[in-house]
Design a protein around this ligand. Structure first.
Ligand code: ATP
Ligand code: MG
Length: 150
């Protein structure tokens, strides 16, 4: 097992240059938590969600990362103030190679694979990943993972 908050904090450090370049305000609440999971696979999950939150954000936007947990599960959310996502698109973004409306994303490079990998890894760990459109602007992705081994 490993410390999931330390893992997230070191990932944030590695993205510091991009955060500064895009003038993104980054905030987080990451209490210490040890989990039983594959560290490198989970790092891939956070890496994809964070890189999306940055890629599809706007200059001066913000990203907030929250880790909460109970005895049964932990929940990690990535909230951004980016270009947002429609209901129709939200149903498809976890599909392999799917990218939302080209007019909105054509200036952003990507293969459309990131979120399908995220979904596969999270499911492999018995968890769930969901997407929610924010009221004002932007998107929130939430990953829930079970904490007890069966
Ligand atoms: P890559 O394979 O490099 O990750 P990608 O970012 O296009 O390419 P996904 O990460 O799978 O692929 O995301 C799929 C699509 O979902 C994106 O092309 C984008 O349209 C939309 N999307 C993903 N994250 C966000 C976000 N935080 N805000 C708005 N749209 C998003
Ligand atoms: Mg991506």
């Amino acid at each position: 097992h490993f410390n999931i908050s330390s893992q997230l904090k070191s990932l944030l450090t590695s993205y510091q240059w991009l955060v500064q370049e895009k003038e993104i305000m980054l905030s987080y609440t990451l209490p210490d938590l040890e989990i039983d999971a594959d560290p490198s696979l989970l790092n891939t999950v956070w890496d994809n969600l964070l890189s999306n939150a940055l890629k599809y954000n706007q200059p001066g936007g913000s990203i907030d990362i929250q880790l909460t947990y109970t005895e049964e599960h932990c929940s990690i959310s990535f909230e951004d103030t980016g270009i947002g996502i429609s209901k129709e698109e939200a149903e498809r973004i976890f599909d392999r190679f799917y990218r939302a409306d080209a007019s909105r994303t054509r200036s952003v490079k990507g293969t459309g694979l990131g979120l399908s990998i995220v979904a596969t890894i999270v499911e492999l760990h018995g968890g769930t990943v969901s997407v929610q459109a924010n009221e004002a602007a932007g998107t929130t992705f939430t990953v829930k993972l079970p904490l007890k081994e069966n």
